[in-house]
Every structure is written in structure tokens, then in C-alpha cells.
Ligand binder design. Structure first.
Ligand code: K1U
Ligand code: ZN
Length: 173
């Protein structure tokens, strides 16, 4: 069987990254194929997470693998935060839609999330550390929010200009 076809990752400041995703209506063959393609795309880009929004699909679907061995895939469909710790920590984040930019974002250190898995079964995930950070980052994507929106307007505008310039240069060659 052929490997899943890779998807194009939208790059900030593409306005489609600000679309609010709709719930997945049914975990069917279309969604299972999308999951396989999102994992392939995330692994190829050396990411630890990917939200459907980033591949221009505006449905509430996230894939994550924060394991060092890259063999602990997690699928979160229609995720909802049930609890977020009042304790927060600032940590360095990156984003496949904001290539080459890393900066500090304050997040809850632990979260409890209810979601469907890749087979459509309801699951509760209790996460801390990098998994908790990644879940919050990806759930922001589903709400149309990119991590640079936590930064100052000055930093955000510098990032925007840098990426627009880089994209223009790529388009020229
Ligand atoms: O949403 C994305 O674009 C994926 C993003 C997830 C993420 C990384 C770091 C903190 C929060 C969320 C990435 O995978 S960025 C690339 C990456 O592999 C990475 C960057 C910094 C730390 C760890 C991993
Ligand atoms: Zn991201």
C-alpha cells in the first residue's frame, strides 16, 4: 500500500489559520484517511503535534506524538478541556505554521481533556508536561489562534514581516 499523501501546512500570516473549526460529525473513512495523512505530514515536518486547521481542514481534529521514539500517536477528535490547572508555567514553543520562530508562552501545567479517539471512542486524557502544552497549543489552532498572538504586537509584527518576506522569496524562485 502507498504511504499516506502529505498535506500542505498553512504558513502564518495566512488568514485561514484564524478559522474556527467545526465539530467532526462522524469518525468515518474520510476522517481516518485525514488522520493518516496528518500523522505523515507531522512526522515529515519533525513536529510533535498538528491541528486540522493547519492543513486547511476546519474540523476539530488534532494529532500528537510527543514521545522521543515517535511511536505513541494520539488522536483527539472534538476535544474539550474539562479542567486546566491554575498553576501556569512559561515555556518555549514552536509551530509548524510559523517556521523558525520560537518564543515563550505561559500555559497551564496540567489539563484534563475529553475527546474521541481515532475509533470514535470517548476518552479522558490527563496530561502534564510537554503533552499538556502541546494539547493547549493545538486546541488554540482549532479556535483560530496561533501562538504568536500571545506575544507583544511589536514581536508579532516583526514575525509577520519576516515570514511574508521569506514566502515572497520562495515564490520568486
Ligand atoms: O502545532 C504545531 O505546529 C506543532 C508544534 C507543536 C508544539 C511544539 C512546541 C510547543 C508546543 C507545541 C511543533 O511540533 S513545533 C516543532 C517541534 O517539533 C518542537 C518545537 C519546540 C519544542 C518541541 C518541539
Ligand atoms: Zn502550531
Amino acid at each position: 500500500m502507498n504511504p499516506p499523501a502529505l498535506l500542505n501546512i498553512l504558513c502564518y500570516p495566512d488568514p485561514r489559520l484564524h478559522t474556527v473549526a467545526q465539530p467532526v460529525a462522524a469518525v468515518d473513512a474520510r476522517i481516518r484517511e485525514l488522520i493518516a495523512r496528518m500523522f505523515a505530514t507531522m512526522h515529515e515536518a519533525n513536529g510533535i503535534g498538528l491541528a486540522a486547521t493547519q492543513v486547511d481542514v476546519h474540523e476539530r481534529l488534532i494529532v500528537i506524538d510527543v514521545s522521543e521514539t515517535r511511536d505513541q500517536p494520539m488522536v483527539l477528535i472534538n476535544p474539550e478541556i474539562e479542567w486546566a490547572s491554575p498553576e501556569k508555567r512559561k515555556g518555549e514553543e514552536g509551530c509548524l505554521s510559523v517556521p523558525g520562530i520560537y518564543d515563550g508562552v505561559e500555559r497551564s501545567t496540567a489539563v484534563k481533556v475529553r475527546a474521541l479517539d481515532g475509533e470514535g471512542r470517548s476518552r479522558v486524557i490527563e496530561a502534564e508536561g510537554m503533552l499538556a502544552v502541546c494539547i493547549q497549543h493545538e486546541m488554540d489552532h482549532l479556535m483560530g489562534k496561533v501562538f504568536v498572538e500571545y506575544l507583544s504586537p511589536l514581536k508579532r509584527n516583526r514575525i509577520k514581516s519576516k515570514l511574508v518576506k521569506a514566502q515572497r522569496e520562495v515564490a520568486r524562485v
